[in-house]
Each structure stands twice: as C-alpha cells, then as structure tokens.
Design a protein around this ligand. Sequence first.
Ligand code: SF4
Length: 394
Amino acid sequence: MSMSEDSPPWRGQKLIVIGEELDSVALKQFRESLLNWFQDYQRDLPWRKNRDPYRIWISEIMLQQTRVAAVIPYYEKFLARFPDIVSLATGPQEEVLRLWSGLGYYSRARNLQRAAQQMVAKHGGTFPRQRQELLALAGIGEYTASAILSIAFDDKHAVLDGNVARVAARLEAIRGDLREPKRWRELQSSADRLLAHESAGDWNQAMMELGATICLPRSPQCLLCPVANFCEARRLGIAEAIPEKRKKRATVIVQLISVVLFDAKNNSLLLPPPTEMPKSAADDHIPSLVAKLWHFPTVSASTSTHKALGALLRTELRVKSTKSHKPVLLDKVRHTVTYRAISVAAYFVHVKQLPNLPGAKTVPLEAVSSLAISNLTRKIARTALKQLSRPIAT
Ligand code: SF4
C-alpha cells in the first residue's frame, strides 16, 4: 500500500521546526504521525512476525551491510536450520558458514555462533536482559544492543544506523559528513530526544523504515512523508543535499592467481578456512578476500604469473610436474569487494591424483557450492564449469 500523492499528509498544517525548541505538544504530534504511518505502511518482513529477541538478533546482524531483499531468503533458511540459541551454539560451524555463504562479511556468522555459545555458557541458553550483558557478547555493539532491547522488550534505547542518521540529519538540517564522530554523537542525541518512550521498539523501526522507504539517500520522497511538516531540510529545500557525499576511498586493484586442480574423477581440491586468521600484511588481500571460507588454492599475482603459479603448484600443492598436465587459463574472473577491484587469473590443472594436504577437501566441481564458500570462489567454480560445459549445482 502506498500513500497517494494527491493527499499530502501535512496539507493544511503549520510547519513546525524540530530541534531543541520543539515543544512537548509538537513532539507528541511528530511521534504520533510517524507511529501511525508505521502502523499502516510498514513492510511485511519475516522478522516482524513476533518479538523473539533471537530472531530480531539474527535479522539485525544479517541486515548489517546487506539489503532487506537479499537478507530474506537467508534469514528464513537460517532460522529453519537454527531456530534457537542452543541449536546455533551446538551446530557445526561449517553449517553456519554454509548458510551464510553469499551474504559476505563472514565474521558476522562466526560471531553469531560464538555469542550463542556465550549465552549457553553464561545465561543458560537464554537472551540476557541487561544491556551490559548483551554488549559483552561477540559481535554485539551499541547499535545491535539498542535494536534488540527496544524491539524485543520496548526498552528505552534509540537506535542510530545509517537510515536513522539520515532522517534525523534532514529533520534538523544537520550538514556535513554524518559519520564524523562528533556529528554522529550529535545525531545520537537527536535520536534520543525524538524517541517515543512508550513504544521504543515501534519507534526505532519506524525511523528505520522511513529512511529505507521514503527518506531515501538520493531522492527523498517528501511528498509521501508522514513527518514532512516537521522537517527543516524540506523547509529549506536542502533535503537532497543532506547528507553530504563522503569522499570515496580510492579503488585498489588486486590481482590473484587461483588453481582449480582436478583429477580423473573430476574431483577438485579446496583448502579449508583457517581456524585463526593470520595477520595479513597491508598489501596481502588474500586472507581477507578468499581464505576465510573454503577456497581454491590462491596466491597474489604480485610477482610474475609464471613464477607465482609454479611456486603455488610445486611448493604449496606439491604437484610434482606440470609437464604432462599443462595449466589451462580460464576466462578472467572479476569481483568487487568495497574498494577492492579483484581480478583472478584462474587455471585448470589436471592431475592424476589430488595432493593429500592437511584439512583439504576433494569435492566434485559441481558440488563446490554446497560448501561454505565466498562469492569469489563461487564465481571461479562457475567459470570453470562453464568452460567444462556443465551446470553448477545451486
Ligand atoms: Fe526526509 Fe523529506 Fe521526510 Fe524530510 S520531508 S524526513 S527529507 S522524506
């Protein structure tokens, strides 16, 4: 359902500027306008079906850095397999990562499981009710603690994420880079001041919903906005100029070499995610981009391709001779992760027998996607299969 542009919600109302001066009557009107709108127009999302803190927690972690539409199928599969804290705490990590595979930022999945284990060890497998106890859990920071406590229990905490920050900044015409620590604190004060104490959970969700569906980053839909008559940026005609664009980090080109080793039975070799991530050198992107999950053997292409490939095959993979099984270069695989543009030269190498490396798996190439792998590894597998003219299992 969407609001009609023919009947702007503020028609006939006096513009009231929000801020320190906002009196209690105006603040009450403002809160009612937004809460009523949320009641009528909120999206039907699976984590809004009930107020179970476990379900809210999973959704909040999945939604960090990821769009709602992308999260929904992951959320449903994850909840079907791990419906509660205990099942998540005791499940195999590999399964947790496999169900996360494709969402990215895999430390989120590892922290979820670690936090579930902490809840089993310290809180009898239940969700702690105290903010400090929540903040002591892996992967739960100020924002997530506020979101869980307010949405599940209506505790009086105002959340501040990118959506809420943008809405608050426009309501009060706060200019500049919203992520600057001083400005972020100012926005947290705004969010605290605006919070509807008697229904904190709905309020926080309403602010986030407004940012996600109406007060959009590039083109705020002020004509449809339920709180337009309270908005200073709209009054000044500067809504689109807030927030100021952040300076983009320069793109870093990363060139990698990967090897898809396969034997006569068409099994390929995948290396395991390390139990502890090595501290990588500043220019070494491999651990963070590839090696957190199951992956094809990969090295940086900083030296000559020939040398790097030879060293990878002979030294790391213990492939004795490549004379009888010449590496075949596949189509280039390209992938982007935040500011890094990755280009992978992937090679097929046919061997009589796959090397027996500690922890490695031999898997038919078609079944690689059933493991916990990154999108980059998935692309390499797809490229390899395409060139072998076989479909990849999904
Ligand atoms: Fe955002 Fe426009 Fe609503 Fe202001 S009036 S809060 S800029 S959508």
